[in-house]
Design a protein. Sequence first.
Length: 399
Amino acid sequence: MPIDVLKDKCIGCTRCAKACPTEAITMVEKLAVIDLDKCIYCGSCVSACPVTAIEITIDKQPVADLDEYNGIWVYGEADNGHLAGVVPELIGEGRKLADKRGTELSVVVLGSDISELAKEVASYPVDKVYVCDHEGLARFRPEPYTRVLAQAIRSFKPEIVLAGATTTGRSFLARVATELYTGLTADCTGLEIGSDDNLLYQTRPAFGGNIMATILCPYTRPQMATVRHKVMQAVKQGDKPVAEIINVDVNEKLLSSKVEIKEFIRDLTQKVNIVDADIIVSGGRGMGKPENFAVLEELADALGGAVGSSRAAVDAGWMPYPHQVGQTGKTVCPKIYIACGISGAVQHLAGMQSSDCIIAINKDQNAPIFEVADFGFVGDVMEVIPELIKQIKTSKAAV
């Protein structure tokens, strides 16, 4: 992907150099000179140039090359041999896309000693399971996982690759797309095969959730997208493995990494993972202080649910990040979502508005959260919640 400075247009204003995040541009005799070893092709210089003297040219893959790609892949993310909850959702959506496209659906799994995991995946409605099994893949590290998955994609040439927008997926799928020189649409909420062009139409929230953008990748393959947990409908597995299991050779040279894992410490602050919880009690800035979150924990325990948080409370240090719900946190879809002292910014709504029942408690009767709530209490959370806990305990005692 070449980047050029048009000498007859450059006026030596230095705006491009000031805009470059990697300091790849220097001025030589009033002409911008770009160090290609430092350039990341972000386009900041192109936007900053007032006379359009910088151009980035994207080389399109020949149509013949695009036709070599076939099939849909799902990245089968797993932790300690347990399949991530988002994977059955991706398989369900991938099955629909594959059937409409008239092609195969496959899952690719990476790890060490994952034969049992492969059999579990093979019991879902997929056609093939590609297994990259090596002791060097026992723990997730972005660099080797990127190289191994990218190499597998180069070898088998799937037309579409889907993955979960999880912490793991977000940390290396973009790397895979970069290595393959293709596009990636993150945090999709909708996927569809175009009826006229057979392209993957990838829909995701944009501008803070104010609009929905549909993105296409017509010139390169594979078409890649990540999808948040709880957005797609999960599919159930069958009684026994039926898909073909294919073992993929892992090249030792792909496993080098600058990262060395010393120890893995699980987060024990969550009694229940908010992504899997049927009931979530979330608090925001309106809780007033971190100590007040104790009453939310008491309410969550009484209901058998989990405690969530808005970004404002996390940024203030009141709650750890794993509890954050919203566009920059986790997407949840519980049966009951209780928003306590949360105003209802669009970024927060993007992560919870698909909940079956939303209950809002806020002193401000004009708070946006009431616009999406099924039930609302206008009042002080520190007065409403203790009374709610009292009523729940009374009801339980009467049973």
